[in-house]
Design a protein around this ligand. Structure first.
Ligand SMILES: Cc1cc2nc3c(=O)[nH]c(=O)nc-3n(C[C@H](O)[C@H](O)[C@H](O)COP(=O)(O)OP(=O)(O)OC[C@H]3O[C@@H](n4cnc5c(N)ncnc54)[C@H](O)[C@@H]3O)c2cc1C
Length: 389
């Protein structure tokens, strides 16, 4: 292809948080890196709630992870709003809350900022270019076309990753579907990120209100298709806004100012995240907490590890097979636990009565632990009970 890019050391497919951090890391360590993004404008359209726990919370969430500099040194200009608590609302309308210090970021500018960091570190960025991995070679189309051979390919191309498919790494777990509105003129608690459970408002998942300011919020619902029982996601979200006894008081006078849709891996990591010269990172590798759907910090942690392994491999200092071990060490336990927790909760989600009972026995600190992918004793007992039914 034109521009001397027929052969590169590291090709990163996808300039989301995983890909940009991978590209920045590998370039800083001296590798020749190309970052390929199919969108013409990185970060747009947004498909995210933008909720990011503060660093001290992340250290509790992923205690063994190496937090990338791009996450630790987030410019204040990218933070739209801050929250202090997470509030969970049960199907019958009872609520419990616990302290979680959170930032709500401007996701569009955030993704651009991360790509700028990669470019400053020396990565070559191609936008408006789709990359498809076929028989070990990248086929590019769009603003640049041709083929590209890379010594290492990092697939950071999100849920439904074509790179994973092309490498024969596509065995994936469940995928969640999400619909989200940005709403203005709402009467919310600006200090609280809220999650609502219940078969009517969020069958098989949860609905959320993430404040973007005093009277603006991202309001969404995420679930898995079998739980919708023929209902459309839009119908579910609209009825949450206009009919949920608590949420409607906050939301029904608001106006929808943006609509966002997207997929979220809900089944954890696939059995393999590396094959030959291909490494997967972020959503492409199922690096999302199955308890919350939160994936931005995990994508960045995964991207950093992928970028470092790739550069060290190019430098003759590491084998690519080390990558899954690094990931297992940094966040394997939390990811696996979050899937186990989701499986236990899945068994109860079809019944509001059971969900309310679970809600009743869990004190707020244990709810926080669950969100962090830790399994408290009370939930283990519930899991054993469900398994014996
Ligand atoms: C509605 C919704 C709300 C969410 N809210 C939150 C939240 O509040 N907090 C949180 O932590 N997480 C949230 N998530 C999850 C979070 O958005 C993802 O986990 C995160 O974006 C993963 O980053 P990534 O870099 O792995 O993938 P992505 O951000 O999906 O980036 C992948 C990139 O690859 C590009 N790409 C895809 N295919 C190709 C190709 N063939 N060639 C070139 N480029 C390609 C895409 O255009 C995209 O830019 C939400 C998800 C959804 C859908």
């Amino acid at each position: 292809m034109a521009g001397g890019l027929d052969e590169v050391e590291v090709a990163v497919v996808g300039a989301g948080p995983a890909g940009s951090v991978a590209a920045e890391t590998a370039a800083r360590l001296g590798a020749e890196v190309v970052l390929i993004e199919r969108k013409r404008e990185i970060g747009s359209p947004v498909q995210c709630g933008g909720f990011l726990p503060e660093i001290e919370e992340l250290e509790g969430l992923l205690p063994k992870a190496k937090i990338p500099e791009a996450l630790a040194d987030l410019p204040e200009g990218l933070v739209l709003h801050r929250t202090r608590v997470q509030r969970i609302c049960s199907p019958s309308g009872r609520s419990k809350e616990f302290s979680v210090l959170g930032r709500v970021i401007d996701r569009r500018s955030f993704d651009r900022h991360l790509a700028w960091r990669a470019a400053r570190a020396g990565a070559r960025v191609l936008v408006g270019v789709r990359a498809e991995l076929q028989e070990g070679r990248l086929h590019l189309s769009g603003r640049a076309s041709g083929t590209m051979d890379a010594e290492v390919v990092i697939g950071a191309d999100g849920p439904g990753s074509a790179t994973a498919r092309g490498a024969g790494l596509a065995a994936r777990g469940e995928v969640g579907v999400c619909l989200e509105y940005e709403m203005a003129g709402v009467d919310i608690d600006p200090a609280a990120a809220e999650m609502y459970f219940g078969t009517a408002s969020a069958p098989g998942g949860y609905a959320w209100i993430i404040p973007l300011g005093e009277d603006v919020a991202n309001v969404g619902v995420g679930t898995r298709p079998p739980y919708l029982l023929g209902r459309g996601l839009r119908e579910v979200l609209d009825s949450f806004i206009s009919e949920h006894p608590i949420a409607k008081e906050k939301l029904q006078e608001g106006s929808v100012t943006a609509v966002m849709r997207g997929l979220v891996p809900a089944g954890g990591m696939p059995p393999a995240i590396q094959r030959g010269n291909v490494l997967l990172a972020g959503d492409a590798a199922g690096m999302v907490m199955a308890t919350s759907g939160g994936g931005i910090p995990l994508a960045m942690v995964g991207g950093r590890a992928a970028g470092e392994v790739a550069a060290r491999y190019i430098g003759g200092e590491a084998a690519l097979q080390e990558y899954p071990e690094w990931i297992a060490e940094e966040m394997g336990r939390e990811l696996a636990n979050s899937v186990r927790i989701r499986e236990v909760v899945d068994g109860m989600m079809k019944s509001d009565r059971l969900m309310d009972a679970l809600f009743g026995i869990l004190p707020p600190d244990q709810m926080k632990a669950i969100m962090r992918g830790q399994i408290p004793k009370a939930l283990e007992r519930v899991g054993d009970l469900m398994a014996s039914r």
